[in-house]
Unconditional design. Structure first.
Lengths: 225, 396
């Protein structure tokens, strides 16, 4: 009667070593691919900002040529909307890279602030020339020394959503005051900003954290005046 | 610090997944020309006892016994033993109709599948003993395909190709695809002597060694797995046949499927815990790779689930604005690794189906499987943990 032969066990070391090597190779390739993609993404954002810069330059040129005439408004508003959209997309991309992937490019961020500031100034001009009813909200924050700044940003977005439902358009321009951006520092000096977070709504300054209801109330009271 | 832990866990899970997939990939590449080849045919026709434990299987027992009696094997070498485990329906009466020289029917007080199997083993005359479920359907050549494996004196048990018949039920098709994948991976594991289960629907053992290591554990949730682990613990070989086909009846509702899978998982984890003493070099690949792999896989699964929940909970409000514009920016190391793991898994799925000539899977069911299999795994893994934490009793 065959009882059954006990087998000699072995550990397939070459198998596991091979699997380890494959895993390491894929892992390392993945790290490189990730880095290449990150660099490519930053390059794309830089090109987007150049594109915005060209559009801003075109509008400024047109304004000079048309001698700030309001008959130029339809073209002006259309171009401005396009610039705002492109700036917003760049802002979203930068936020994603910073918040989700911890990728910070301070020079790119400063370029972004420059374009944002130009868009803000053009929007201010549009309000004067073309009677644009949009509310311009400038938000000053710090990533270094402001515990409530991230929450404040979220509350401003919530307020914007709520007001859009009531037919009020709010354009948001946000600047990090501690990044060494001369444009941001200039605007802070202009509005006498001394603490974070601070918001400037159609030129009026409000300091300290405000939830979405408070932000909405400020804007709605301005609209009703 | 919390962010660092999350990143570390992400890297660990990614690397672990890569490693496991790579082991299977290398096993396939090494054996790709031979894994479908059956062993050399033999003229050896030992006495085979087929034990059929049955509890309230009145609906299926007749078809099952018909299929056994139709097996291509000398009838004087076949010893079929039906053990009615105290059924309350017509199981005993239906089986009795088939009683003949090669088929005996016994009845006993209800004691569970393990006790019915052990009762049958006690009555068995065969040199080889096959155990099966009463709702299994055997193909004609099943014994002739399994027996050649036993010409290797080191082989103690052989598992057949347990499959599910094609149907129009999405749930059954889902399981049919899954069973093909299980078969494929079990075959690969047999190359490192790491077959972890002798399936209940049909398995074949050497009678003498069953006598040596003892019969089935009558108090185990998954006695078919436990006996396989006991065989492995005694350093006997278990081989896997891709050509001996057996069809089993799968659960036909989501709740019965979940119940089955929770039982498998609860029983499986308990069995691996019982046999954790095998994590030693003397138990070769099975002890040093396969058993730790099971513990690591369950841990990794829950860590991954936790990471996904954490990711959803910590998603900031502004994401709804940025996700569209930021689409594509997220491609990174993990995307690359996930792509490798997913593509390799899909290749395995393809190979699993292709390995069996007669098996055709419609694209519709294949896509359903690929999309929803993850949810089934989440469902039964979460349930199994809850039941264990609540120390719930077992139910079949």
């Amino acid at each position: 009667m065959v009882l059954g032969v006990i087998m000699e066990r072995k550990i397939s070391v070459p198998l596991y070593a091979g699997a380890l090597i494959i895993s390491l190779v894929i892992f390392i390739i993945g790290i490189f691919v990730g880095q290449i993609i990150d660099a490519s993404n930053l390059q794309t954002i830089s090109e987007d900002l150049s594109h915005v810069s060209q559009k801003v330059a075109s509008i400024n040129l047109l304004l000079l040529m048309e001698d700030n005439s309001s008959s130029f408004c339809p073209v002006y508003m259309e171009q401005l909307q396009s610039i705002d959209q492109e700036i917003e997309i760049v802002g979203h991309k930068l936020t994603y890279l910073e918040e989700e992937k911890n990728i910070y490019d301070s020079e790119l961020k400063k370029d972004y602030f420059v374009q944002e500031a130009e868009s803000y100034l053009l929007s201010k001009k549009a309000k004067q020339l073309c009677n644009d009813s949009s509310i311009l909200l400038v938000y000053f924050y710090s990533n270094v020394d402001c515990a409530s700044c991230q929450d404040q940003g979220i509350e401003i977005l919530k307020a914007r959503d709520e007001l859009l439902g009531k037919g009020i358009t709010v354009k948001i321009y946000s600047f990090d005051g501690d990044m060494g951006s001369s444009v941001a520092e200039s605007l802070m000096t202009q509005y006498n900003i001394v603490s974070y977070p601070s918001i400037v709504v159609n030129g009026a300054v409000y300091s300290g954290y405000k939830d979405s209801n408070a932000v909405s109330s400020i804007i709605q009271s301005m609209v009703s005046e | 610090m919390a962010i660092d832990i999350v990143t570390l866990l992400n890297y660990s899970i990614a690397f672990f997944s890569l490693f496991v997939v790579s082991v299977f990939l290398l096993l396939y590449l090494k054996h790709r020309n031979s894994y479908l080849k059956p062993p050399k045919k033999t003229d050896w026709r030992p006495m085979v006892s087929v034990i059929v434990p049955a509890y309230n299987e009145g609906k299926y027992i007749s078809d099952s016994l018909t299929s056994i009696l139709a097996i291509d094997y000398p009838k004087d070498k076949l010893d079929i033993i039906v053990v009615d485990d105290g059924s309350t329906d017509s199981t005993y009466e239906s089986a009795k109709k088939f009683e003949c020289q090669s088929l005996r029917v016994f009845t006993k007080k209800n004691g569970g599948k393990g006790s019915a199997l052990n009762f049958g083993i006690g009555k068995a005359k065969g040199e080889l003993i096959a155990t099966m479920d009463a709702d299994s359907y055997l193909t004609k050549n099943v014994l002739l395909e399994l027996i050649p494996h036993f010409t290797d004196e080191g082989v103690m048990a052989v598992t057949p190709a347990v499959k599910i018949k094609q149907s129009n039920s999405w749930l059954k098709e889902f399981q049919r695809i899954e069973y093909l994948m299980i078969l494929f991976s079990r075959k690969l594991l047999s190359f490192i002597d790491s077959v972890p289960v002798t399936p209940g629907p049909f398995s074949m053992f050497r009678a003498s060694v069953l006598e040596k290591i003892g019969g089935f554990d009558e108090h185990n949730l998954v006695e078919d797995q436990e006996i396989a682990l006991r065989i492995q613990a005694n350093n006997y070989k278990i081989k896997s046949s891709m050509t001996a086909e057996v069809y089993t009846e799968p659960p036909d509702t989501v709740s019965s499927l979940l119940r089955q899978r929770v039982r498998w998982q609860r029983g499986g984890v308990r069995n691996y815990w019982k046999y954790k003493f095998m994590i030693k070099p003397q138990y070769g690949d099975f002890g040093m790779y396969f058993i730790p792999l099971n513990f690591a896989t369950i841990t990794a699964f829950f860590v991954l689930l936790g990471l996904m929940v954490h990711s959803v909970i910590s998603t900031p409000y502004y994401v709804k604005y940025i996700w569209f514009d930021a689409f594509g920016l997220g491609v990174d190391l993990f995307t690359f690794i996930a792509a490798f793991v997913i593509i390799t898994s899909l290749c395995f799925l393809y190979l699993s189906i292709k390995s069996f000539k007669g098996e055709k899977v419609s694209l519709r069911y294949l896509l359903l499987f690929i999309i929803f299999y993850w949810y089934l795994m989440v469902g039964y893994n979460v349930l199994f943990v809850l039941k264990e934490l609540r120390r719930e009793g077992y139910s079949w």
